[in-house]
Write a protein that binds this ligand. Structure first.
Ligand code: ZN
Length: 393
């Protein structure tokens, strides 16, 4: 176990925090956040809620930027040195009209967006509660940020804007994902998202049979894509996540479109997959049938090694609650920070399931351990920033 975590885990003040953690309050906060619709690009109401809550704590520099990122700085013992960013995204994959009612079943709580990522936002508030109640003074400044645009077509726009504003001041970051307890993400996989539209002149299904149809053209492309077998190593995937088009059942479609999500652990393999799809598109072009392609997502890859001290702290913090952490790579806000060279880990608060589905759920009892390991990780990381930056003590 990392000595910094060991020391904190045995300090009397922190042990008392663990015993007085109010899980029900954290769950109430998570539900309060979850009840505010926040589709990507429409996080304003949720941002206003978080800002109002931030204002109850002795945070400096509280503000909301144009992208609905909410910022607040907890002043540390050495405000002149590098700061720690602790962030959780506010946006969800659910539309404004989604039924957001929650329901309990045993130790589980169901609700769209609850684990991803209302619980993450509630964890930010829980940290602030704990810092205030126990008058904690972290070694370095900590920027608490509830950011927008993590999901889908947000393309990490929220955290990218945060980086532009805070980047120079930061020494490391901890990103919170509600349902990722036990996982330590320290590598971001590369993601490309393409919006492919097929165009054709249209016509009548009977009279013009045989002439190009945008839907037929797009389906041909889809057929080629889904017969691709991507490599397992490096793990590489594709998904046609959205498809729409056409005018009526008896018309040759003039327009049809898909959204494609391509991912790989290796940027070159990802580029090769995209190239293959682009050449399939070229191949399908013919008089009257055309395709346009827009890149709507480009998440960079980036990583810190598994033996990086920040990863070790995250693993050790989990060890204090008896969890053997798993090294993960994935696509979270951490990608954008890692790609800029900032040591970053993504960690979780509890277990859950069915993310991005209406029957998403979280397990309530592990939240206590999840918050405790987060407190340890954040305080320990804040204490190590100067060392990592090569600054004296
Ligand atoms: Zn998430």
């Amino acid at each position: 176990m990392h000595p910094a975590i060991q020391q904190l885990a045995h300090s009397a003040a922190l042990v008392s925090i663990r015993h007085h953690l109010d899980v029900q309050r954290i769950v109430r906060d998570a539900v309060a956040v979850q009840q505010i619709p926040a589709p990507t690009f429409q996080e304003g109401a949720r941002a206003a809620f978080v800002k109002e809550r931030f204002a109850r704590y002795p945070l400096q520099n509280i503000r909301v930027d144009d992208l609905h990122n909410v910022y607040g700085r907890w002043v540390g013992a050495r405000p002149d040195g590098p700061a720690l960013l602790v962030s959780a995204h506010t946006d969800t994959v659910f539309s404004m009209e989604t039924d957001l009612r929650t329901r309990h079943k045993g130790e589980r709580l169901y609700g769209p967006g609850l684990g991803d990522n209302s619980l993450g936002v509630a964890a930010l508030l829980a940290l602030l509660d704990i810092f205030q109640a126990h008058a904690l003074r972290p070694a370095a400044d900590i920027w608490f940020v509830a950011n927008s645009r993590e999901e889908g077509l947000g393309d990490l726009g929220g955290i990218r804007a945060v980086w532009k504003i805070l980047g120079e001041r930061l020494g490391a970051a901890v990103v919170i994902e509600g349902m990722a307890l036990g996982c330590v993400y320290h590598a971001g996989i590369a993601v490309r998202r393409l919006h492919v539209t097929c165009h054709a002149p249209g016509g009548h299904s009977w009279h013009h049979f045989g002439q190009p149809s945008a839907i037929h053209g797009l389906v041909q492309l889809g057929e080629r894509i889904i017969t691709i077998t991507p490599p397992r190593q490096p793990r590489t995937t594709y998904n046609i996540g959205l498809i729409e088009g056409g005018q009526s059942v008896n018309s040759l479609a003039t327009s049809a479109e898909i959204y494609l999500d391509l991912r790989s652990e290796d940027p070159d393999t990802l580029a090769a997959l995209e190239q293959r799809i682009m050449s399939d598109i070229d191949d399908l072009r013919r008089p009257g049938l055309d395709f346009t392609v827009d890149v709507v997502g480009d998440r960079p890859a980036g990583q810190i090694p598994a033996d990086h001290p920040l990863v070790q702290l995250a693993m050790s913090a989990l060890e204090t609650v008896g969890i053997e952490g798993v090294h993960e790579n994935g696509s979270t806000d951490a990608n954008a920070l890692l790609a800029n060279g900032l040591p970053t880990v993504t960690t979780g608060i509890t277990y859950g399931g069915h993310a991005h589905r209406p029957d998403e759920f979280i397990e309530i009892p592990p939240i206590s351990d999840g918050i405790w390991q987060l407190v340890l990780l954040v305080l320990a990381a804040a204490g190590q920033l100067r060392t990592w930056a090569g600054l004296a003590g």
